[in-house]
Every structure is written in structure tokens, then in C-alpha cells.
Design a protein around this ligand. Structure first.
Ligand SMILES: Nc1ncnc2c1ncn2[C@@H]1O[C@H](COP(=O)(O)OP(=O)(O)OP(=O)(O)O)[C@@H](O)[C@H]1O
Ligand SMILES: [Mg+2]
Length: 562
């Protein structure tokens, strides 16, 4: 049986904290898959339609309540306006809401607006038909609540089949796909023997790490995630915040002002302006360095409506910038002895902790693969290479750090669609000899959970239901660890962490199940759980033979507004 895929298009979305990028994959005449990013329709600052390869992950609601995602919203954000929502991906998986216009938005709602904008554009590349299958990327370290919200958001905007894959792995798939399309002498990595690659993805909001073993056998490439970094909210936003803070303090000192004597509105506006200044400065210095046209000059910028009537000038040069961000490259000390100063976020801890938690030596890393907008900054690249004691020829820069994650997703979507179709033709997992599966099934991905999933049993330590480092999909039953306390229902708190003793254990949302018939307090409860390959978790309880699915209820991790 031959499966004809030549006319089909496969789609991927990198739903980033700062930028969203969409890709399409097509099969070339020689059977290889080629992935490209596509233009996304949006409107510009004058409300005129425009198409761009990048969709800023920013939502703006105008005075008539009309919602816009993308360029216009980013432009309004650049005026330090409060009429936009951005960086909301950091809050996905929680019930935190913001008011904008006359509506309330959760991070999931914002994600839906972004995905809807993407889906409208994808149609143009799909012969005018609505796209139903898509692969969306998520940070490797997303917990099951964050996964659930992302997948549900995609289903709710009309996608029918949604695959989720880790962002770092996706970028690596794109790179390996490009490599395998090249002749051997042009390849950057030798895939003739098993190769271990540490993928470091530093974007706008997340520092994401995946250590992946890549093995090639003929046309088949296997990706095995051997370690995943824990969720780390560190990205370009934090670098911008730090520089903004330094500049604000300089300004206050110069004018002899006290921060807290300013009114809240003024303070917030000043910080918003300075964050934008910091982001622009970073991107300018970095681009000038990249093009060898940085001559030590400072980046100067006049900020209107900052303080008083006159515009205020801010400047920064590379040396000053590097000094401001130095703290992000300093490892924190032993957690027991940490002072506040040492507890700051940095890029060293996530790397060293991932190696330690999974018992992986630095020496076993063959290559470092860098992706994400922040790795365009040379200092960041050098620091990571030094942390891992790697030589220059062991560092691979993604061809385009802003689009590689998205491109990998369309490639994955192709293989996933093909595998599913082959399985449908041949019966579940029973490959029929006549089907050319090995030819088609070129990429295989094995995934692990970054953190264990635990439940609170009221007395004593939480009980692990799924171990960290567990390969997914996975399912099981936890018998009798919980007992009913109320006749009407049960409430379960989920935690994510390395194990029960983890000091950084995070509480996820609360789950509740209501019994159909009252239960005697003290009745043992069995918990059935299943986690699919996308890390989508389903829980149900079994009390005296009555099976009830658990639903998420109350948010337990409210955070301050951005
Ligand atoms: N030339 C550059 N030099 C330095 N930083 C840059 C450059 N271009 C973009 N950035 C920064 O990269 C970040 C955005 O990167 P990217 O698009 O990879 O993030 P994202 O995918 O939206 O976020 P995440 O992966 O964290 O969800 C922003 O902080 C942006 O300022
Ligand atoms: Mg990203």
C-alpha cells in the first residue's frame, strides 16, 4: 500500500511568550519533508491589514471591544499602554484573570485569540480549507495543567487533532531534518553514532532545557528525551526588567526622587517605558554585534511622557548592559544557605540541576544546540558553553532562533499524521508487512516527564502517582491512599516536583469529584490516572465501584498582575 502525501500540507505553531510563529510542511518530490514559516495576517498600527512571519503574542481590545492580536497590539504596547495583555503564557494553567475592555481574560483566553488568528492564516496555505490537524509546541517543562489549557484552547478554536511537543525537541527536529536533507560532507553533526544533544531554548519567558539522544538508523531517526529541565520562568522579559530597574534607579538618583513618593500610576508607566527601552537596546546591541557593526556607541532613546513635560533621554552601551545582566550568569549557592541576593534567577542553575537530577555528566554531552531569541545575544551563548565546558565546535546555533521551534512542529505533524494513518489502516499498532512504514516513519520521539505528579493525602507527605523521568504515555491506579472525608465528594490537590521532599514542589490546581450516592466517611478511594504522549493528564476516582472523572476546580496559584 502506498500512502500519497505529496499534496498535503502539515502545520505547526510555536505559541511563544513573546512571539507566535506558524510553519507548514510539504513533502518534496524526493520524499523529504520541507518546513517553512508562513505569513500571518494581522493589522498594523493604522489598522491596515498586513502579513508578517511573526505574530507578537499581544492582545489589544479597542474602544469598541474589538479584539486584535499581533502587530497593532505590540505597537500599542510600545506606547507603554495598559490596554494590552502580553507575556500571559507565564500564567497559562492558572485561573488568573485580567480585565481588558469590558471583558475578563485568562491566559487560556488570550491563547485562544492567538491560535484563532493563526488558524485563519493557515487556511490560505491549505487550499482555502480550514486546518484540522496541528502540532503546537509547549515548554518541555510545562506541567499537566499548563498542557491541558494549551490543548483545550486549540480544540476550542476548532482544531480537531492537536499534538503537543516540547519546544526544545521541536527545534532539534527541525535541525536534524535539515541535516538529513544534506549530503554527508555538509552535515554539522555526525549522526552515524548515537549523539547526545543539550538543547537550550531561551525565549521571552522560559528557559527550557531538554537533553536528547539522537540515533539514526537508515532513514529512521530516533529522538529520546533523557532529561527535561524543570519549569523555569526566566527569559528576555527578566533581562528587560533588570535593565529597566537599573535605569529607573539612575533616573531617580539623578533627580533626587523617591520611588514610593511617586504615585502608583506614574511608577507603573515609568517601568513600562523602561522595559521597552531595555528590550530595544538589547536587540539593537545584539544585532550590531552580529553584523560586526558595533563600535562601542551607546543606544540612545528619548522617552516621551516619562516624567514631567519634557522627553527624557536614556542611553546604554554593551558594557553597561552586560554589567546589568551579570546576575543571570551567577550560580546560586547551596539552597540551605541562600540569601535573597543569591536566590535570584539565573541560567546556570537550570542547566546544572538538570544534569544533577538525571545523573548526566557534562562529558557525555556531545553538542549544545542553542535556540530562542535570547540566544542571539553573544554573551548568553558564551556563558552557556562555558558552563558545560564545551569546545566551540560542539556548539550549534539554530539557523533562525526565532523560527526553528515552529518549523520542527510542522515536520513532527507530518510524521505523526502518517503514523496515525498507517495505524488506522493496519489496526492498532499491528504493522502490516505490506505497508511501507519504515520508509515513512522516519522520526520517532520518546518523551519523559520533568517532574513527578503527587497527590496530597492530608496526613504525611504527598504520595507520588507518577514518577519524574517517567516515559509517557503511562497509566495506572493508586489504591486506597486516600479515604473519603465527606459523604458528597472528594477534593484532590495535585503537586509537581522531583519527589515528596522537593523544597520547590509546586501545587497545581485542585480537582474535585462529586459522588452520585453518599459515601460513608473513611471509605477508601482508588485513583485511576492516565497521561498521554502530550502529557495530558486524566484522573478519575473509584469509590466502591462508582467511577467519577475528576475535574479541575479552584485556582491555587494566583500571581500578581504583570
Ligand atoms: N537580536 C536579539 N538579541 C537579543 N535578544 C533578542 C533578539 N531578538 C529577539 N530577542 C529577544 O528574544 C525574546 C523572544 O524570543 P522568542 O521569540 O524565542 O521567545 P518566545 O518563543 O516568544 O518565548 P518562550 O519560548 O519563552 O515562550 C525577547 O525577549 C526578545 O527581546
Ligand atoms: Mg520560544
Amino acid at each position: 500500500m502506498e500512502i500519497n502525501t505529496s499534496n498535503e500540507t502539515y502545520f505547526g505553531i510555536d505559541l511563544g511568550t513573546t512571539n507566535t510563529v506558524v510553519s507548514k510542511g510539504n513533502v518534496l518530490f524526493n520524499g523529504l519533508i520541507q518546513s517553512q514559516i508562513i505569513q500571518i495576517m494581522q493589522v498594523d498600527e493604522n489598522k491596515c491589514p498586513t502579513t508578517e512571519f511573526i505574530l507578537p503574542s499581544v492582545l489589544y481590545v479597542d474602544e469598541n471591544g474589538k479584539e486584535y492580536v499581533g502587530k497593532i497590539a505590540k505597537n500599542i504596547k510600545s506606547q507603554a499602554s495598559k490596554k494590552v495583555l502580553y507575556n500571559t503564557k507565564r500564567y497559562i494553567g492558572s485561573n488568573k484573570t485580567w480585565s481588558l475592555g469590558n471583558s475578563e481574560y485568562t491566559a487560556k483566553e488570550v491563547a485562544k485569540q492567538i491560535l484563532k488568528t493563526c488558524r485563519d492564516s493557515m487556511k490560505r496555505y491549505n487550499q482555502g480549507k480550514e486546518v484540522e490537524n496541528v502540532t503546537i509546541t509547549v515548554p518541555a517543562s510545562f506541567n499537566t495543567d499548563q498542557i491541558k489549557d494549551t490543548k483545550d484552547a486549540a480544540l476550542e478554536v476548532g482544531f480537531k487533532i492537536v499534538n503537543l511537543i516540547p519546544e526544545p525537541t521541536s527545534a532539534l527536529i527541525d535541525f536534524i531534518n535539515e541535516q538529513s536533507n544534506l549530503i554527508e560532507s555538509q552535515r554539522q553533526v555526525d549522526l552515524s553514532k548515537p549523539t547526545r544533544i543539550l538543547v537550550f531554548d531561551l525565549g521571552g519567558g522560559t528557559c527550557d532545557i531538554a537533553i536528547v539522544d539522537v540515533t539514526q538508523e537508515g532513514r529512521k531517526v530516533e529522538f529520546t528525551e533523557v532529561a527535561i529541565g524543570r519549569y523555569d520562568e526566566l527569559g528576555g522579559i527578566d533581562f528587560d526588567n533588570k535593565v529597566a530597574l537599573v535605569k529607573l534607579n539612575e533616573f531617580l538618583d539623578l533627580y533626587n526622587l523617591d520611588y514610593y513618593s511617586l504615585n502608583k500610576e506614574d511608577r507603573e508607566r515609568m517601568v513600562r517605558h523602561l522595559r521597552i527601552f531595555a528590550e530595544k537596546a538589547k536587540e539593537r546591541i545584539s544585532s550590531d554585534l552580529e553584523m560586526n557593526c558595533y563600535f562601542g556607541e551607546s543606544f540612545d532613546h528619548y522617552v516621551m511622557n516619562f516624567y514631567g513635560e519634557d522627553p527624557v533621554q536614556f542611553c546604554i552601551n554593551k558594557e553597561e548592559y552586560d554589567e546589568c545582566i551579570e546576575e543571570f550568569f551567577i550560580k546560586s549557592r547551596d539552597s540551605n544557605k541562600r540569601s535573597d541576593e543569591e536566590n535570584k534567577k539565573n541560567i546556570v542553575d537550570p542547566i546544572l540541576n538538570t544534569l544533577r537530577d538525571y545523573n548526566i555528566s557534562k562529558e557525555s554531552i556531545d553538542y549544545l544546540f542553542l535556540t530562542g531569541g535570547m540566544t542571539k545575544y553573544q554573551v548568553v551563548k558564551d556563558k552557556i558553553r562555558n558552563i558545560l565546558d564545551l569546545k566551540e565546535n560542539q556548539v550549534i546555533n539554530s539557523t533562525d532562533p526565532l523560527s526553528s521551534v515552529a518549523k520542527g512542529a510542522a515536520i513532527y505533524d507530518y510524521y505523526e499524521t502518517i503514523i496515525n494513518r498507517v495505524e488506522r489502516y493496519t489496526g492498532e499498532n499491528e504493522y502490516n508487512e505490506e505497508v511501507s512504514v519504515t520508509e515513512e516513519k522516519k522520526f520517532e520521539l520518546t518523551r519523559v516527564l520533568a517532574e513527578a505528579i503527587m497527590i496530597d493525602v492530608k496526613e504525611g507527605l504527598p504520595v507520588i502517582i507518577i514518577n519524574s523521568n517517567q516515559e509517557v504515555p503511562y497509566e495506572g491506579k493508586l489504591k486506597g491512599a486516600l479515604k473519603t472525608t465527606s459523604p458528597s465528594g472528594v477534593e484532590i490537590n495535585l503537586y509537581a516536583g522531583i519527589d515528596q521532599y522537593d523544597s520547590k514542589m509546586r501545587i497545581q490546581r485542585k480537582y474535585k469529584a462529586y459522588f452520585k450516592t453518599p459515601k460513608k466517611p473513611g471509605t477508601p478511594i482508588d485513583i485511576d490516572f492516565s497521561i498521554d504522549k502530550d502529557k495530558y493528564l486524566r484522573l478519575s476516582v473509584d469509590v466502591n465501584g462508582e467511577k467519577i472523572e475528576l475535574k479541575q476546580e479552584v485556582d491555587l496559584k494566583e500571581k500578581d498582575a504583570m
